[in-house]
Write a protein that binds this ligand. Sequence first.
Ligand code: DGY
Length: 330
Amino acid sequence: MKPKIYVTRKLNEGILAKLEETCEVTLWEEENLPVPREVLEREIREADGLFCLLTEQIDAALLEKAPRLKIIANLAVGYNHIDIEAATAKGIMVTNTPGVLTETTADLTFALLMATARRLVESSDYLRRGAWVTWSPMLLTGQDVYGSTLGIIGLGRIGEAVARRAKAFDMKVYYHNRTRKPEAEEQLGLEYCDMATLLRESDFVCILVPYTPGTRHLIGHNELALMKQSAILINTSRGGIIDETALYYALAEGKIWAAGLDVFEQEPVPANHPLLTLPNVVTLPHIGSASIKTRLRMADIAADNLLKGLAGLTPPNLVNPQVDARDTKR
Ligand code: DGY
């Protein structure tokens, strides 16, 4: 009997075919709509494996309905939408897709930083609505990137990749992280500092920490108050790390200069969200890792993780190694 897997979004044909070689696959066919909770609750009852996205809340209540489930293969590096503790308690493996999206997400982070600093979206809108009457010395002037100071909060793989890009722009780079990284300091010329110093000194602050209960609203009113009036905040991690109400007021009242946001506390962000009304905010729909090559590789890695786990092997990207694949082979 082939193991049964449930896949929560339409996947590339090649990846589906690979899963179908050894598994009985049921698929949520919609490409641009998430699977409704009631469908997921129904489908998970029979599933041995789940291939999911960050749009699904995999919580303890859902896992209670999954008596056969051995592995959850997540198509993302971040797994804050999965209750790891509950999965571990039930002996369910959870995997993610680290590494493969590092450079792509760092590219997007830097693109967002530059777009925000040089007001690219605002300038493009200005031109398209026919407002451009003449070249003018201070028209749509922004902030310099080259030679400025960057503060990176969270020096993981993506943080380091952003720091490498910053070095090519001759930026001074500060970082704050749970642990110091002497090797990265040495190789990339980074300077470690506490959060308050980083916020005070940086022209650009990039949020690159994972979203956990401990990092929720890490950047709120007090932190924003420490930043320079000319500073720009960039977030390509998870929306909940910033208190969006505090950010709105800081931007609207000119306490900081601008923000570039790829992620929001609620996604999709409602069209009437106050942050979307501000001209000094560049917003994107969570596309950090969205290059064709990277998204296909992420799906392929997630599929490999799933197949290895179901075959009784330890998947390469197991986030809860307390659960051993061999124990879950039922
Ligand atoms: C992730 O992998 O966590 C990103 O947010 C989506 O690529």
